[in-house]
Design a protein around this ligand. Structure first.
Ligand SMILES: C=CC1=C(C)c2cc3[nH]c(cc4nc(cc5[nH]c(cc1n2)c(C)c5CCC(=O)O)C(CCC(=O)O)=C4C)c(C)c3C=C
Ligand SMILES: [Fe+2]
Ligand SMILES: [Fe+2]
Length: 335
């Protein structure tokens, strides 16, 4: 139908894809890390302690001590393009945009820090996106990550009169395309090593044990990822959980304890991978690749290889393109 000549101009509605990751500080400096941690650790999806008890600990202790320590970790992995997580997420966004072509508007946002979900959704709408697929790049569902990203997307449109249509990408940990991509990426990297690892350790980000008891499927999703990878790779794997935070009991076994124990069990050559992270970040490059290696070698370990996450690799992008196209069914014409 042709609108009357005095009608305001109507732009062609666009489909948007919003990649979301956790977020990262703007600089490897204590002040920037403090700003980032203040937002991150104030999220009740992340710290499930009543605010009245948590705020004094956060502001009185954690934000006074941790930013300096974390800034040191970030400084060791910082790149010319900034934090690795930001640089890799940008590369994934560019690669997905190239693959999806001009009919799809692809952007990325961070749950904490910049670019924020709220401003990015607003920009996508200004660009004409009337339908947005939000894709939190966490393969395994966790309330602290996936649900928090959904909360932020829905909060971004909550004040709007004319909202876009929204879809959320489901967790994809057990999707055959994801397992295939991980298998191909890990097998390629293992084949390029100049030694034969006795063990392949899969290190997932930890969570408080209590969240498992409360019904969070995260632990189950991590274990299933590992089982499917064992089958796909045709070799056994070990599983551990890293990055313990605070004093509560976290999921076991802890990655640093496993690394320290291996040599006493005769395991002196290992490879470590992090299939819970879609992009390498301070937790994989510094915590596993630098501190994890030190822990292993100090205990008598001899050979250590940290394998990359899927990042913007061909394997990873082929998988992401396929699952995004599938979730766009009915919005985008079938290929
Ligand atoms: C992949 C899934 C993640 C889960 C689950 C998760 C839970 C979780 N994390 C913290 C505390 C911290 N995490 C930090 C960094 C960080 N965490 C994830 C992912 C998950 N976190 C990523 C991708 C990153 C890296 C960000 C980057 O900039 O590279 C940090 C900051 C670094 C540090 O100070 O160590 C903290 C703190 C909690 C408390 C939690 C669940 C309860
Ligand atoms: Fe974390
Ligand atoms: Fe860490």
């Amino acid at each position: 139908m042709i609108p009357p000549p005095d009608h305001p101009s109507i732009s062609k509605p666009k489909i948007g894809v919003l990649l979301i990751n956790l977020g990262t500080p703007d600089a490897a400096e204590a002040s920037a890390v403090r700003r980032y941690l203040a937002e991150f650790l104030s999220d009740p999806r992340v710290i499930e302690i009543p605010a009245i008890a948590w705020k004094p600990i956060l502001h009185g202790i954690i934000l006074r001590t941790r930013p300096k320590k974390s800034a040191h970790a970030y400084a060791q992995v910082w790149t010319n393009e900034g934090s690795p997580l930001a640089a890799i997420t940008k590369a994934q966004t560019r690669a997905l945009a190239d693959r999806l072509g001009p009919d799809v508007h692809v952007e990325f946002a961070m749950r904490y820090g910049n670019p924020a979900i709220r401003t990015t959704v607003a920009r996508m709408m200004t660009a004409g996106c009337t339908r947005i697929l939000a894709a939190p790049l966490y393969p395994q569902y966790c309330a602290a990550t996936t649900a928090s990203a959904s909360d932020a997307v829905f909060a971004a449109v909550a004040p709007m009169r004319h909202q876009p249509s929204l879809r959320m990408l489901p967790p994809y940990y057990d999707d055959p395309l994801h397992i295939q991509a991980l298998q191909a990426s890990l097998a390629r990297q293992l084949a390029s090593l100049d030694f034969e690892p006795q063990r392949l350790l899969l290190s997932f980000h930890g969570m408080p044990q209590r969240t498992l008891e409360l019904g969070d499927p995260y632990h189950c999703h991590c274990q299933k990822t590992a089982r499917l990878l064992t089958e796909a790779l045709g070799r056994s794997v070990d599983v551990a959980f890293q990055s313990r935070f605070g004093r509560a009991q976290w999921l076991q076994p802890a990655t640093d304890e496993v690394l320290a124990r291996y040599p006493s069990e005769g395991v002196t050559r290992i490879a470590i991978a992090a299939p819970g992270f879609s992009a390498d970040c301070v937790e994989t490059i510094e915590e596993l690749g630098i501190r994890g290696r030190e822990t292993f070698e100090a205990a008598g370990g001899e050979r250590f290889a940290r394998l990359d996450c899927l990042n913007a690799s061909d394997e990873g992008m082929t998988m992401l393109e396929a699952i995004v196209r599938r979730e766009l069914a009915g919005w985008l014409p079938a290929e």
